[in-house]
Design a protein around this ligand. Structure first.
Ligand code: ATP
Length: 368
């Protein structure tokens, strides 16, 4: 299917000092971002963090208050949407009910006076093939499932052969099961066509599963940028840790000295933790993900071990979720894979809790 790619390599995007104010409300508060050609890049954050406004400025639907947007090195700030090498798929994909699928897709080419009728037909057929809807060309939208309609909307955007595709919560209108299967489909499509995708979502699972890299946004700013693994496993702030999954937090005292691995106090206990950003001394919070919390028989000793007690254990088939209480009133969640013959934890059982030093991270204070 490689030959179906509309263009080898997607467009690169360079965003410098991007800001948007609406009547005194700061929606986007100074974004600097480089997106490489061919990346599946996600803007992730809670409602109101500014991700849609950022996307709309990339698409040309919103004029920046300040800052620059360059696509393949060309400043597009003054170009209207249809003059940018960019296309957008919205959550409400608004297909025309009275037009069949191929006419809906051809509608994407309405501005392109330079593309003749024959070339239009070829492009429509190619776009439908990309989204695997060639056999549905003559159907009307109401004769198709939600997922198929979504793919028609994608084809309508792809038919223009953009070098960047913007997707604003494109799976948002679909039910949970369909969303799941479409995630893999959309990622595969992006790899195949090689277009740069900028994807907006508030769903952390979606972002982790689909993206090459992602930017976590809060209050109009990017608070962390990285690969899914980096952002999930190495969150810098409590906000990021919390937004991307279950974050176990401990109040610790960061002792002076040390490099990326620091000594911290948790009550009377001494632990080693990661503090890659050169954490300041003093009262801080540290985070550890549930799957990194190790439980062992009571009485074991070793580095980063604390005494604990099982508060409750829930068998979930492939995993068991255990809540364990540490001294000083901290409750941590842990999750372990169930294998036949493995330890079974019961409420009230004393255990040793090990917090591996590579997985325990001192956080920077959240920006707000
Ligand atoms: P959601 O997921 O709910 O769409 P979002 O992260 O995409 O949220 P934006 O839609 O970009 O956030 O909105 C960012 C901020 O800007 C919000 O406070 C919002 O109320 C405000 N805002 C967005 N568009 C407008 C507008 N046209 N006029 C006034 N304020 C706006």
């Amino acid at each position: 299917r490689g030959d179906a790619a509309p263009r080898a390599g997607g467009g690169s995007i360079s965003i410098v000092g991007l800001r948007k104010e609406f009547d005194g409300v700061v929606a986007v508060d100074g974004i600097d971002l480089e997106i490489e050609g061919g990346e599946f890049f996600t803007l992730l954050g809670p409602s109101g963090c500014g991700k849609t406004t950022t996307l709309r400025m990339l698409g040309g639907f919103e004029q920046p208050t300040d800052g620059q947007i360059l696509i393949d090195g060309v400043d597009v700030a003054q170009s209207p949407p249809h003059k940018r090498p960019v296309n957008t798929v919205f959550q409400s994909y608004a297909l025309f009910p009275h037009l069949d699928v191929q006419k809906n897709v051809a509608y994407g080419l309405r501005w392109r006076k330079d593309v003749d009728k024959q070339e239009k037909a070829v492009r429509v057929a190619r776009a439908l093939e990309m989204v695997r809807l060639s056999e549905y060309a003559e159907r009307r939208p109401h004769q198709m499932s939600g997922g198929q309609q979504q793919r028609v909307a994608l084809a309508r955007a792809l038919v223009l052969e953009p070098s960047v595709l913007l997707l604003d919560e494109p799976l948002g209108a679909l039910d949970a099961k369909l969303r799941h299967s479409l995630r893999a489909e959309l990622t595969a499509l992006q790899r195949e066509v090689g277009i740069t995708f900028v994807f907006v979502t508030h769903d952390q699972e979606e972002a982790l599963e689909m993206s090459n890299r992602l930017a976590v946004m809060d209050g109009g700013r990017i608070v962390q940028l990285g690969t899914p693994r980096e952002v999930y496993q190495e969150p810098r702030t409590e906000f990021v840790a919390d937004f991307l999954g279950v974050a176990n937090l401990l109040d610790v005292e960061c002792l002076p000295g040390g490099g990326a691995t620091r000594t911290v106090r948790y009550g009377e206990f001494t632990l080693e933790a990661q503090a890659p950003d050169g954490a300041e001394d003093g009262a801080r919070r540290a985070v550890i993900r549930p799957e990194c919390v190790e439980l062992d028989e009571a009485g074991r000793t070793g580095d980063n071990c604390l005494p604990g007690m099982v508060e409750n254990a829930v068998f979930l088939g492939s995993t068991t979720q255990v809540k364990v209480r540490l001294p000083h009133d901290t409750v941590l969640q842990s999750v372990s894979t169930n294998r036949v013959g493995r330890d079974v934890f019961t409420t009230g059982q004393p255990v040793t809790v090990r917090l591996p030093r590579e997985a325990l991270r001192v956080l920077a204070p959240s920006a707000r």
